[in-house]
Ligand binder design. Structure first.
Ligand code: ATP
Ligand code: MG
Length: 250
């Protein structure tokens, strides 16, 4: 490549970075305003500032639902803008998956309480060994899998996580007894923006981006992800990651 082409590429990269920053900043600002609207509407809907007629309440609820959808869209915009980070910018370090899972599960406590969903985590008896991973990105993986398991569960459902090491690999499963994934759409599940019809009906908020990102991150860790599911019975997602070699004592 000659030097002119190199300068041209550098210029394009700079422009791209600038655009990405611009999208980030505007989406953040949008999200801040939308959140402010959300809280104002919540105060009115909770009747903190006085009574409402049934008609006023109904209309306000509609506005509030639209606002929620807009917040979800802006979140996606922010996520998409971080797509670059999903493919590059990895920092690998030894990670204990047990600790990371426990800290992720803790984040969902209030939601699971509200919906009466029980989460069980079956830890291995012995230390499963560590993996070489990017902790921040692996957290995104766990958050998405646990979030999906909860989101697509019925109230009172059960989510079961299990971790085991075998054959130089760490295997995690996240199982739920929720709505399941219809067999005919199973091949589409990891595609960008894909949402199964039963999921769209069950939970209107969602972008179909979560699993797309999850798969990219797992593959970057030389791992594998797959699932088994039966509609109306439940779904189990599996991830498998290579264990870091244990240091040998000289
Ligand atoms: P978001 O991008 O906000 O996470 P989403 O949850 O719809 O939206 P993904 O997480 O990418 O998107 O999941 C893609 C689709 O896979 C879902 O819309 C749903 O159809 C299906 N799916 C994923 N996990 C489950 C699950 N545990 N149970 C049932 N269906 C699931
Ligand atoms: Mg999701």
């Amino acid at each position: 490549m000659d030097s002119t082409a190199k300068t041209e590429i550098a210029k394009l990269q700079e422009e791209n970075a600038l655009k990405a920053d611009l999208i980030s900043i505007s989406s953040h600002q949008l999200r801040t305003s939308l959140s402010a609207i959300k809280w104002v509407m919540k105060m009115i809907l909770d009747k903190d500032v006085g009574p409402l007629t049934t008609e006023q309440e109904g209309l306000l609820k509609k506005a509030s639902d639209s606002n929620e959808r807009m917040i979800a869209l802006v979140n996606d915009l922010l996520n998409l803008n971080h797509a670059q980070d999903i493919v590059s910018g990895y920092t690998f370090e030894p990670v204990q998956l047990v600790d990371l899972i426990e800290s992720v599960l803790f984040e969902f406590t209030s939601e699971t309480k509200k919906r009466n969903i029980e989460i069980l985590f079956l830890k291995p008896d012995t230390h499963p060994g560590s993996i070489s991973a990017d902790k921040v990105k692996l957290r995104v993986v766990l958050q998405n899998l646990v979030e999906n398991a909860i989101k697509y569960s019925k109230d009172g459902g059960k989510v079961f996580l299990s971790l085991a090491s075998n054959d130089g690999k760490l295997k995690l499963s996240v199982k739920d007894n929720g709505i399941g994934i219809p067999e005919d759409v199973q091949p589409q599940i990891f595609k960008k923006f894909y949402r199964a019809p039963n999921a769209e009906k069950w939970q209107t908020v969602g972008s179909g981006l979560g699993l797309f990102m999850v798969k990219k991150i797992i593959e970057r860790h030389n791992g594998k992800i797959w699932f088994e599911s039966t509609e109306n019975e439940g779904t189990t997602f599996y991830i498998e990651l290579p264990l870091a070699p244990t240091p040998t004592v000289a």
